[in-house]
Design a protein around this ligand. Sequence first.
Ligand SMILES: Cc1cc2nc3c(=O)[nH]c(=O)nc-3n(C[C@H](O)[C@H](O)[C@H](O)COP(=O)(O)O)c2cc1C
Length: 199
Amino acid sequence: MPDNIAPLPAVPADLLARSSVPARLLRAPAPDRSALDLAVSAALRAPDHGGLRPWRFVFIQGEDRGALGDLLAASMRARAPDTPAERLEVERAKPLRAPLVVAAGAAINHERPGVPPWEQEASAAAGIMNFLNMLDAQGFGACWLSSPSLKDPAVKAALGFAEGDSLLGWIYAGTPGEDRPRPSRPGPDAFRRDWAPGR
Ligand SMILES: Cc1cc2nc3c(=O)[nH]c(=O)nc-3n(C[C@H](O)[C@H](O)[C@H](O)COP(=O)(O)O)c2cc1C
């Protein structure tokens, strides 16, 4: 357990209020080291069949976001060589929308038949959710985005993932502006039911 847990806000209450903040509404400052340590510590509380610890978070900040943009544009061009230059520039600029981009993924152990890759991905995804909740609880904003480049072996390798690992998303993070949305969610009734076999 991290030793700076005492001053934390009431995280359970935040679970009922979290919402994504679109990348274009995320500003500096990015979550600092201690905020990110807490978020990763929360991720490590996800259920972990077999104790495989699949959670991986790669932080990309500052000028390195430009290098990530180059990687994404190259990936797009490799997938679709006829992509117009303007579209490639849009892709290249994407990581610059927020002060921090996190490549979130799962290190997959393929040697454990009792714990198939989908379970390890599920654990990593649960970890990402804890990560997002902990950022939100500390006043930061974030959103979880995907793109075809998540599957690109060249992108995965450049970010330090093995070919058999799973890159699960791009987490854009920063400080939300006043204009951040907090859309309401429906109540629980439509999403729960009691099983009544034979009745
Ligand atoms: C695995 C995953 C991938 C996602 N990818 C995208 C995406 O590429 N583009 C997008 O607009 N939203 C994407 N979303 C949805 C957003 O993260 C977010 O949930 C959505 O904007 C609704 O906001 P809310 O979380 O406040 O309901 C993705 C969500 C998940 C779980």
